[in-house]
Design a protein around this ligand. Structure first.
Ligand code: NAP
Length: 461
């Protein structure tokens, strides 16, 4: 074929666009939903079922045949049947030889069987090409068209051509295939829908634990202590005052905990003199959930902003303000402006605003749509340099706001330190150690270790 004719072919309408028939074994919820979507996307669909009676639930344009008859009509067969029934496929082994079998099954528990369902299917039918796909998409989402959040379809399989055929179908259904490699990845793909926020568990439990601890701490010192010793009923503090103390404290501690594992990692590397030994498991897990810790911290910081903005609307605040004005009127004396106090209040507000701005910036750059558009250096600059700056600003905000109580004996109710003092322990520790780590005499060997240098190469694994 000459060059011109190939160009003409490329410009001519594609007449071979007709989709190939796809066979689906099983007319259950998922089989029907997938068949419906495939027919909409232009695929002729034939069902293989134990009963060839057409029911109202089956997509209108689909055929329903016996398993053997249906399998003969297509090169790709989707097995929309639970794993425990796979034995019925063994007598069909000859008909299924050379065909692409798509395993879409899920289990009820993580690692329920020694091997993945897809590998089990491949063992039962060694003559067929098994591909794992579609198990992370629900029948309901397929049918209702609400697939915006879960367009990704993980695909894996040992036969590259078979995998490509399945990925083409995924594409044609307006979904996004993600090649996860060979069938060895099937177990991980099958475990995926069974996981409940895997990376969020530790950050959520930690933030709930911190919130509960600081809430009861404030309740004891600000409400119960005041009631017992000053006979004041400040129980309404539970609604806004206490949450507005707890939220910034938890946000600050969580933000510091985002940077603490990096500090531990640096100390461990310096101590070992190599980067080629694995970190302890707890540190690995902690590092992997830093983004989630940061996002939860941002949520707490945002709540603090909202609670602070509504402060002027509170009855308690207007009562306190009018009480101050009335006492000045009664004493016939205007309090002069205390410029130190004015400086302190303006400074902590400015530090808080700037810290929150950087906090939001960190949150935005952690979104995949944004982080995919910056290179590694830019991402590190924002997450590390600007992140530390946010931590410094937020720590300074707390220090300036709460500092006035540190030396005041009245702040030590029941000999306990003020909540702001407690909140500063972790952030200050992180900042002090980080400051030490950037000293050239520490930073230089650390940088060398991270570039592959080893103090004692024979000890590295
Ligand atoms: P289902 O409603 O229980 O349907 C399963 C189908 O399997 C039945 O309708 C039946 O079809 C066939 N079947 C049942 N017993 C059989 C046997 N002894 N021998 C041969 N065929 C038998 O289940 P489903 O919800 O559609 O799920 C099917 C598969 O898709 C499962 O492996 C599931 O893990 C996976 N999946 C489901 C979803 C979902 O949202 N439902 C999402 C992802 C993956 P016939 O009556 O036509 O023979």
């Amino acid at each position: 074929m000459n060059k011109n004719s190939s160009n003409i072919m490329a410009l001519a309408p594609n007449t071979s666009n007709k989709r190939e028939t796809v066979c689906i074994f099983g007319t259950g919820d998922f089989g029907r939903a997938l068949g419906h979507k495939m027919i909409q996307s232009g695929y002729p669909v034939v069902y293989g079922s134990r009963s060839t009676q057409i029911s109202n639930l089956i997509p209108k344009d689909a055929e329903v045949l016996s398993h053997a008859e249906a399998a003969q009509k297509a090169a790709i067969i989707i097995i929309a049947i639970q794993r425990q029934h796979y034995n019925f496929l063994i007598p069909l082994a000859e008909i299924l030889r050379g065909k692409v079998l798509v395993d879409i099954s899920n289990n009820l528990k993580l690692n329920q069987y020694p091997e993945s369902n897809a590998e089990y299917l491949a063992q039962l039918l060694p003559g067929s090409k098994v591909v794992k796909a579609f198990n992370t998409v629900s029948a309901w989402a397929l049918q209702s068209g609400t697939l915006d959040a879960s367009r990704q379809v993980f695909v894996c399989g040992d036969d590259v051509e078979a995998k490509q055929m399945v990925m083409n179908i995924v594409h044609a259904l307006s979904l996004t295939p993600l090649d996860k490699g060979s069938l060895l990845a099937a177990q991980e793909i099958e475990n995926y829908p069974l996981q409940l926020f895997p990376m969020w568990k530790f950050p959520i439990f930690l933030s709930l634990g911190l919130t509960a601890f600081f809430f009861f701490y404030c309740l004891a010192l600000d409400v119960i202590y005041t009631y017992i010793y000053e006979k004041n009923n400040f129980s309404f503090f539970i609604a806004i005052t206490i949450p507005n103390r707890v939220c910034p404290v938890v946000a600050l501690i969580l933000l510091a905990l985002v940077y603490l594992p990096g500090i531990f990692a640096a100390i461990i590397q310096l101590y070992r003199g190599t980067k080629y030994r694995r970190f302890p498991d707890w540190l690995d897990k902690w590092m992997l959930c830093r983004k989630q810790l940061g996002l939860i911290a941002l949520a707490f910081a945002s709540l603090h902003v909202v609670f602070t903005l509504v402060t002027p609307l509170r009855a308690f605040v207007s009562w306190r303000t009018s009480k101050g004005i009335i006492s000045q009127v009664l004493n016939n004396k205007t309090e002069p402006l205390n410029s130190t106090n004015a400086w302190i209040s303006d400074s902590y507000l400015a530090l808080g605003i700037l810290g929150f701005f950087l906090f939001v910036l960190l949150g935005i750059t952690s979104l995949p749509s944004v982080s995919n558009n910056v290179n590694w250096r830019e991402f590190r600059f924002v997450q590390s340099k600007l992140g530390y700056l946010a931590l410094i600003l937020c720590t300074a905000h707390t220090l300036v706001y709460g500092g006035k109580w540190f030396l005041s004996p009245s702040a030590y109710k029941w000999y306990l330190p003020n909540i702001y003092m407690l909140s500063l322990v972790v952030p200050c520790a992180v900042l002090v150690v980080k400051f030490v780590l950037i000293f050239p005499c520490v930073d230089k060997p650390l940088t060398q270790i991270r570039q592959g240098w080893e103090r004692n190469p024979k000890h590295s694994e």
